[in-house]
Design a protein around this ligand. Structure first.
Ligand SMILES: Nc1ncnc2c1ncn2[C@@H]1O[C@H](COP(=O)(O)OP(=O)(O)OP(=O)(O)O)[C@@H](O)[C@H]1O
Length: 268
């Protein structure tokens, strides 16, 4: 938030949109630092929405380096459904965290809509993440005492969306995931698949460009997992969102536009 306050006072300085002249990452970073509104209003993608270049991630464990990602290159094109597949411990979540700006590479570059995530501060990445990304987890991460409707509304409230837009958008999102008739149920009154669909409605409510999902079907039986994948396909069409998810489940791979297979920190 400190970054946001500082930037707000500087916003009058930079009223220009990101332009083709601002191709180098330093200029792009300056645009973000000076004017967060321009991050939200980035131009329509012509190329990939996300590019990962030669990314490595090393953790220090007990004084020794643990090389978890060993040179990852990948791209996410707009409105693609991309899966990261691999055994437990292969590095999928580590990579997903980096794509989502929750962590930074030890080496290499990550560009999200032209923004150099590898060069940006935590606060800068947090602003981009809150405005432009949505997250879905294996355990559905719903507030247990709130209804489906209230859970989705909470995410709009937290994203700073004006209150007069909540009702229409909450209803739209819950109908999109097939829960128009279950809006006022609390999580414990819903099946696992329905709870995950509420979590999807919650994650897309603020209209993110990129949805990241870590093992979203791991807790579901095959029928519910198929429903969740159908919902992913629907929201790609209706919301023009790009989805990147991790999975162990071979039965859902055919739904993907592209599958990256990870073995021991590399794609094969
Ligand atoms: N912060 C950290 N510090 C040290 N080691 C870490 C850290 N985060 C991840 N690791 C290690 O990196 C390796 C890869 O972990 P990661 O969670 O990315 O794998 P994964 O493919 O997502 O596995 P799973 O499918 O079980 O979730 C593991 O050996 C893990 O212990």
């Amino acid at each position: 938030m400190a970054w946001f306050k500082k930037s707000k006072s500087q916003m009058a300085v930079a009223q220009n949109a990101i332009t083709p002249e601002m191709e180098d990452s330093a200029a792009l970073e300056a645009a973000v630092t000076l004017n967060p509104a321009k991050v939200e209003e980035a131009p329509v993608e012509k190329g990939p929405i996300l590019t990962v270049e030669a990314v490595e991630r090393t953790f220090q464990v007990g004084g020794s380096p643990l090389h978890v990602l060993k040179g990852i290159d990948m791209e996410l094109q707009p409105t693609q459904l991309v899966m990261l597949r691999g055994r437990s411990g292969s590095g999928k979540t580590t990579l997903l965290n980096m794509i989502g700006g929750l962590d930074q590479p030890s080496k290499g570059h990550i560009f999200f809509r032209g923004l150099p995530f590898h060069d940006m501060s935590d606060d800068e990445r947090t602003v981009v993440r809150r405005k432009q990304m949505g997250f879905i987890f294996q355990a559905f991460a719903l507030m247990p005492l709130l209804s489906a409707y209230e859970n989705v509304e909470l995410s709009l409230r937290m994203a700073g969306v004006p209150g007069n837009q909540w009702k229409e958008r909450v209803t739209e999102c819950l109908e999109l995931v097939g829960l128009g008739k279950r809006m006022h149920h609390r999580p414990f009154e819903l099946s696992g698949g329905e709870q995950q669909r509420v979590a999807i409605a919650k994650a897309i409510a603020h209209k993110p460009k990129l949805l990241l999902a870590d093992e979203p079907t791991a807790e579901l039986d095959s029928q519910m997992a198929a429903q969740v994948m159908n919902v992913f396909r629907t929201i790609i069409q209706t919301e023009q969102v790009t989805i990147c998810m991790t999975t162990h489940d071979p039965t859902i791979l055919e739904v993907a536009d592209h599958v990256y297979e990870m073995v021991d920190g590399k794609f094969i």
